[in-house]
Design a protein around this ligand. Structure first.
Ligand SMILES: Cc1ncc(C[n+]2csc(CCOP(=O)(O)OP(=O)(O)O)c2C)c(N)n1
Ligand SMILES: [Mg+2]
Length: 333
């Protein structure tokens, strides 16, 4: 029988090294985000700049639950943390986002619409909902080859309403695919709030209808995200099929940086600001004696200077050659 659970409580850290790693990746995501916001205001960033603020615990905790040697990640636009966990270096990310020569999108796109097969990162597919069937197909192929690969993929509270998501979840449940779908419920899809998106209490309630495991968790708690995803990976690896995990967070900025998100009531933002995933986790690791305050400060400072150096190197690069824009574009002559 498919199980359903709801949890808001974190377990104790499994070990100090894991906690340090999680914090390091979350700080990388946070500093990358801050850097992109600055670059956007300087007119140096291309395409939309989609803030990760508030989503760091989801992207880092979930990606860390995978084995990046055998599993695959299908990230969305607020999952930079997962890119770092899967070994993408800051230089490459900056070159991509600043659309310079060497960009994995050849300069045609300044956001995250690319695959990096060497690092086992596929996506994101821009068309909301369309990536879940691709992830399902990927692990279906793996199963047919006798592999143990688990795919982790993400969709927003808005994107979760697209038809293809339901088809993929149904297919994954029927075929017991090793697929983990995280619904990042950050309260809004652009300007549309939750109550205009769906009428069920929790998005994970749908799991029961598909016949798969489902749960809703606090998405600001990196250890809880990690633990929940570890269990989902274990089930997937054991042939027990897919999981649907709804992570509840708040999008702390606009849809992208062009959006002033005036439609979000200020008291909602104030309430959620007390649950900042990075700040909360910093307090926790200090309180538990895993890191000292000064170790956290130097981690933040060194991450910031690494980020600034990568920006400088990316900005020194030339633009991609103009003809690159036509590569992989097909027309009927
Ligand atoms: C099928 C489709 N419709 C519209 C868009 C444009 N679009 C990109 S992200 C987005 C909002 C998505 O909201 P949500 O799924 O809640 O994710 P969030 O941005 O809040 O993380 C929209 C409308 C798209 N990429 N694909
Ligand atoms: Mg959303």
């Amino acid at each position: 029988m498919p199980k359903k659970s709801t949890s808001t409580r974190a377990s104790a850290p499994k070990n100090a090294e894991l906690a340090r790693q999680m914090l390091t990746y979350m700080i990388m995501a946070r500093e990358f985000d801050a850097a992109m916001l600055r670059l956007y205001r300087q007119g140096k960033a291309f395409g939309g700049v989609y803030s990760q603020l508030g989503n760091e615990a989801v992207s880092v905790g979930s990606a860390m639950a995978l084995d990046n040697k055998i599993d695959v990640l299908f990230p969305m636009h607020r999952n930079i943390g997962g890119h770092f966990v899967f070994g993408q270096d800051i230089d490459q990310l900056m070159v991509n986002h600043l659309a310079r020569e060497g960009s994995q999108m050849r300069g045609t796109d300044g956001t995250g619409h690319y695959a990096d097969p060497q690092r086992r990162i596929y996506g994101n597919v821009s068309h909301l909902g369309a990536m879940i069937p691709v992830a399902a197909g990927f692990v279906m192929a793996g199963l047919m080859r006798g592999e143990k690969t688990v795919a982790m993929t993400y969709i927003g509270d808005g994107g979760a309403q697209v038809g293809e998501v339901h088809e993929a979840l149904n297919f994954a449940a029927v075929r017991k695919l090793p697929l983990i779908v995280i619904i990042e419920n950050n309260q809004y899809a652009y300007s549309t709030p939750n109550h205009l998106e769906f009428a069920c209490e929790r998005l994970s309630d749908r799991a029961q209808g598909y016949g798969m495991f489902g749960t809703t968790i606090d998405g600001t708690d990196v250890e809880l995200v990690y633990q929940t995803c570890r269990e989902a990976v274990q089930r997937a690896r054991n042939g027990e099929g897919p999981s649907l995990i709804e992570t509840v967070t708040m999008r702390m900025r606009g849809h992208a940086e062009h959006d002033d998100f005036a439609y979000v009531p200020k008291d909602i933002l104030e309430r959620w600001s007390t649950k900042d995933p990075v700040e909360t986790y910093i307090s926790r690791v200090i309180q538990q004696g895993i890191m000292t305050e000064s170790e956290v400060t130097s981690l933040r400072e060194s991450t910031l200077s690494t980020m600034i150096a990568a920006i400088d190197r990316a900005l020194e690069r030339p633009w991609p050659a103009a003809e690159e824009g036509f590569r992989n574009v097909f027309i009927e002559s």
